[in-house]
Design a protein around this ligand. Structure first.
Ligand SMILES: [Zn+2]
Length: 490
């Protein structure tokens, strides 16, 4: 009889949902891990015979799934929660550009990493700020990336210049740098913002470990063609097509050269504009599986077909005001057209947390509503939109998104002893409609345990929260924001 092989970690006696191509499930299953990678998945009895582990996690009464992947979120938002007013909006943009320091971004990112770890979100795309990303200097994006890597989480930070036509910024592009000497005005333009973005991407590509990477995040690759209730701007016209096309092609070639994603917003009218003014071939050449489309609300049939046939990835946002303004993202039409459709939180504010579980039921309801049919959105397919399909959307399906041999050991266990899992009649259904971050027990990233019960390996929650409170107070003071009064709903 061959002696058992040594592994670093083994998770045993769990209800393992592998999310592999055929949906393999092990009712009394186990996962064996060595050097951060899965070396075996199968029945506990078999794996306990084949392997001896330095550390064993008993996952009795727990479900074992791949770590969740959030394909679209924002840094900064975690420190402005609750500051939203339906008429005045919220202070995000002005605060981020004119009242924050790298320490503020680090504190916010550590708070976000704590929330993600708590909820089992092991990978996330994080736009550095609201729209657009703050890229007057690289320090802010690097602070966000490093805070996540230090927490042991995977992050893709989104950086890119503001949209020339819809910058979401006041005139005379400038930021304010805050350091020990006080505030300094930092003027910047499209080219300097792009140069800082490329600098961040290069720095992270060359960094140690593969937890933090960058991607290009031009806010509106094909322009924005829907009104923003709070930001009146002109819509692109035919005369803007040449510059929009030129910058879109530039993003395309930069992404090809750097091997990074393009993460951008599209709503009703974006693709139609490109098809009309750039032509179908040029539009298709710019698009592709490495282009991640955020929101995709209210797309017309021809736009769905163009994104689907290009195999684009879609980060839909189930709980967003754009649903009210432009209609839902046509998730199932996009999927049927060939796009890779995911569910994202777009967190962590003004009314969305980083607890991605909350969005699974909402996404299902949105599509039941849209199709007037409760037979759509099978629970397993919904779970794939934050695991295996989300990994495909980020171009890392060969590495993550399912529990299979050779892949990175990114996994979570969910405690099934809660009333909402009792009796356990349909795990996938109950996870989608009743599961939440509070049910997550153990979180493993690259074979490292980052959370076990209420113990966080790389963070001390009270310290993280205290730093966040300190830095947010400093920023509100710099911005002269009286948080209590300014955003009170009368
Ligand atoms: Zn957003």
């Amino acid at each position: 009889m061959t002696p058992p092989e040594h592994v670093d970690l083994m998770v045993v006696h769990g209800l393992v949902l592998t999310m592999d191509a055929v949906g393999t499930r092990h009712d009394d299953g186990a996962v064996a891990v060595r050097n951060g990678r899965i070396v075996a998945v199968g029945p506990s009895e078999e794996l306990e015979r084949r392997f001896v582990a330095s550390r064993t996690i008993d996952a009795h009464d727990q479900a074992v799934l791949p770590g969740l992947i959030d394909t679209y979120t924002h840094a900064g938002h975690g420190l402005v929660r609750g500051l939203f007013h339906p008429v005045h909006g919220w202070p995000a943009g002005a605060l981020y550009w004119h009242a924050t320091s790298p320490e503020w971004w680090r504190a916010e990112a550590r708070l976000a990493a704590l929330e993600r770890t708590r909820c089992g979100v092991t990978s996330a795309v994080v736009i550095v700020g609201s729209t657009p990303a703050r890229v007057d200097e690289p320090a802010y994006a690097l602070a966000v990336a490093r805070a996540h890597a230090d927490a042991g989480l995977r992050v893709v930070v989104g950086v890119g210049p503001p949209d020339p036509l819809f910058p979401h910024l006041d005139d005379a592009w400038h930021a304010t740098r805050w350091d020990a000497t006080g505030p300094t005005r930092v003027p910047f333009d499209y080219e300097s913002a792009l140069a800082v973005s490329l600098d961040v991407i290069h720095t992270l590509a060359g960094g140690d470990g593969d937890l933090a990477r960058g991607c290009l995040a031009p806010p509106y690759l094909f322009g924005r063609h829907v009104a923003h209730k709070l930001l009146p701007r002109r819509f692109p016209t035919a005369s803007d097509a040449a510059s929009i096309g030129r910058e879109a092609e530039r993003m395309r070639s930069l992404a090809d050269d750097l091997g990074v994603l393009v993460h951008t917003h599209m709503f009703h009218g974006s693709v139609a504009y490109a098809l009309e003014h750039l032509g179908a071939d040029a539009t298709a050449a710019i698009l592709g599986p490495d282009v991640v489309i955020a929101h995709a609300n209210g797309l017309a049939a021809a736009e769905v077909d163009a994104l689907g046939s290009a195999g684009c990835s879609i980060a839909t946002v189930p709980t967003t005001h754009e649903n009210l303004w432009y209609g839902f993202a046509p998730m199932l039409d996009l999927r049927d057209a060939g796009a890779v459709v995911t569910i994202s939180s777009d967190g962590a504010a003004p009314y969305r947390s980083l607890d991605l579980w909350r969005d699974l039921g909402s996404a299902t309801w949105n599509m039941w509503h849209r199709h007037h049919d409760q037979a759509v959105m099978a629970p397993e397919s919904v779970l794939r939109m934050v695991t295996s399909d989300a990994a495909r959307a980020l171009g890392v399906a060969h590495e993550r998104g399912s529990l299979e041999c050779g892949k990175c050991a990114d996994l979570v266990t969910v405690d099934l002893r809660a009333p909402h899992f009792t009796p356990l009649t349909s795990l996938e259904y109950q996870l989608v409609h009743f599961g939440s971050g509070a049910d997550v027990h153990t979180v493993v990233v690259a074979g490292e345990i980052v959370k076990r019960g209420e113990v966080f390996t790389n963070m001390e929650p009270d310290t993280v929260r205290a730093e966040a409170v300190d830095e947010s107070r400093r920023a509100f003071e710099r911005a002269g924001i009286d948080t209590i009064d300014a955003y009170r709903w009368r």
